[in-house]
Ligand binder design. Structure first.
Ligand SMILES: [Zn+2]
Ligand SMILES: [Zn+2]
Ligand SMILES: [Zn+2]
Length: 237
């Protein structure tokens, strides 16, 4: 069996190797290598370039889109209180999406060659090298593609003049999420709220990887019962 004996060579481009791990992939990808130096993904320079994203590209590219979308609803006649409500609603929709995507898509259990390959690109790479600062936020090209179904989803649940502001709010939620995620890995928070969020997320990486899917809050983990047990609670049992 090829899959059984396959060893990943960390010094070679990873993306087309990980698929060969087969059923062993899930265990491999959840054993983190804590090192700021990231691995090579593709042999091809162009594809390799697309996999590297500095964190600040996210606000620089997407905040103008956020403001433009919101301004569209303003031009269609909505006043400030309504706009604020739509933006908040969009952020709220995003938090649910953040949880759902992370739990059900990013942590889908794969074992086929292409299943593993796609999983690695989507989220596996971040669990394998959680401190790789250039493979942490979502590449803008991928976000741009995902904006299309997101826009259609928002359109489905709103009237035309509300769609842009709701979409803008959702996109703003995404920007806040990705920046928060980067900060939780690379920042040194000194106040309580971000410190606890950091602990909460590192727990998802290094202790219980099938719990604690929320990044910007633990709300949906509470609602859907995926809150990790604290160390103290575990000892008590
Ligand atoms: Zn994860
Ligand atoms: Zn995972
Ligand atoms: Zn993370």
């Amino acid at each position: 069996m090829v899959a059984q004996d396959f060893k990943v060579d960390l010094n070679k481009a990873l993306v087309f190797q990980v698929g060969h791990l087969g059923e062993a992939y899930q265990e491999w990808v959840h054993q983190p290598i804590v090192c700021k130096e990231g691995p090579r993904f593709f042999e091809n320079e162009f594809w390799e370039f697309l996999t590297r994203t500095v964190w600040w590209a996210v606000p620089v590219i997407w905040l103008p889109v956020v403001f433009y979308s919101i301004s569209m609803s303003v031009r269609m006649g909505h006043g400030f209180p309504e706009i604020a409500l739509m933006v908040f609603a969009g952020i709220f929709v995003w938090t649910l999406l953040e949880y759902t995507l992370h739990r059900f898509l990013f942590h889908i259990e794969t074992k086929s060659y292409w299943g593993n390959t796609v999983h690695y690109l989507l989220h596996g790479c971040h669990h394998k090298h959680p401190m790789d600062g250039l493979r942490l936020v979502f590449p803008p090209t991928a976000t741009a593609v995902l904006c299309v179904p997101f826009w259609n989803l928002v359109k489905l649940i709103s009237v035309p003049s509300v769609t842009p502001a709701l979409f803008g709010g959702g996109l703003l939620g995404y920007v806040m999420y990705d920046c928060t995620h980067y900060y939780l890995h690379h920042g040194q928070p000194s106040s309580d709220v971000p410190r606890n969020l950091k602990k909460y997320h590192l727990n998802h990486h290094f202790r219980i990887q099938d719990k604690g899917f929320g990044i910007t809050s633990s709300i949906w983990d509470r609602v859907f019962g995926t809150l990790p047990q604290s160390k103290a609670a575990k000892k008590d049992r």
